[in-house]
Ligand binder design. Structure first.
Ligand SMILES: [Fe+2]
Ligand SMILES: [Fe+2]
Length: 274
């Protein structure tokens, strides 16, 4: 079998990560593409090349959020596997979300540092997925063993027309939400006596602060270019593109470390009528 020659521009490399179906192969392709960008093997940005939807493995079975089986208080191993599997699914989506920004919004008008940041995020998400896959393997399980929910690509689809809308929702709602919920998950693994999994989640938590920071930085950069007020613009985009309310409690400390202040999200009107 002949090996296809690797893409020479960044958008094509991003499209090739998005087009990889197998989960581990996608994570490895993400890490390899990031290394080639950092090393200068890929030198140009290229033209937009995002597929309609990323390729995904045949398993896990994807279900609507309301069809997801309720987690029962099973043995501690089953609980840990279910939690790790759910986070692995989020990380696999996050790989595609990062590379979709690169592939979809490829443009010489955006600075190189914009692409540096999202390539680094794609690399981090792949590392996170592989760390979680390692923990699942240590517990005799694998990604794909359990059903997973299909809601995560919705945010990307909703905001495919505009990088400002994408940044408002993906890093500044979804990844910021990750900062809110991860400390409790770390504590839960500690209580279950699984320090290795807790350590993996601590790595993820620290990296995700950087992802929210990158989102905030480029969101404000694009607002400045368009002469838009960041806080008001973010609130309007969240109302339009995010279904449901932002759920407190917020992890103000981690959000502040990302430069994402409560001015944005505190006392956000819950409905369009208030
Ligand atoms: Fe991640
Ligand atoms: Fe992330």
């Amino acid at each position: 079998m002949s090996v296809p020659s690797p893409p020479t521009d960044l958008a094509a490399a991003a499209a090739s990560v998005l087009g990889t179906a197998d989960a581990r192969a996608k994570a490895e392709a993400s890490r390899a593409a990031a290394a080639r960008w950092r090393g200068g093997d890929i030198a140009t940005i290229g033209a937009p090349a995002a597929p309609e939807r990323p390729a995904r493995p045949p398993r896990p079975e994807l279900k609507a959020p309301r069809e997801m089986p309720k987690r029962r208080a099973a043995g501690t191993k089953e609980t840990r596997v279910a939690l790790l599997h759910a986070v692995a699914h989020i990380e696999l989506n996050a790989i595609d979300l990062a590379w979709d920004i690169v592939a979809r919004f490829a443009s010489p008008e955006l600075p190189r540092e914009f692409f540096d940041d999202w390539v680094r995020v794609g690399d981090d998400e792949a590392r996170h997925f592989l760390l979680l896959a390692g923990r699942l393997a240590a517990l005799g399980a694998a990604y794909g063993d359990l059903p997973a929910h299909d809601g995560l690509w919705q945010a990307a689809h909703e905001t495919r027309h505009d990088p400002l809308a994408r940044l408002a929702i993906v890093p500044l709602v979804l990844e910021a939400r990750g900062l809110d919920v991860t400390p409790a998950m770390i504590a839960r693994f500690e209580r279950l006596g699984d320090d290795e999994s807790a350590a993996v989640l601590r790595v993820i938590y620290a990296d995700e602060i950087g992802h929210v920071a990158a989102g905030r930085r480029w969101f404000e950069w694009l607002c400045a270019r368009r002469g838009a007020a960041p806080v008001e613009t973010w609130r309007a985009l969240v109302r339009t593109h995010f279904k449901g309310a932002l759920k407190p409690p917020f992890n103000d400390d981690a959000r502040a470390k990302a430069g994402f202040s409560g001015q944005y999200y505190a006392a956000l009107p819950r409905t369009s009528t208030d």
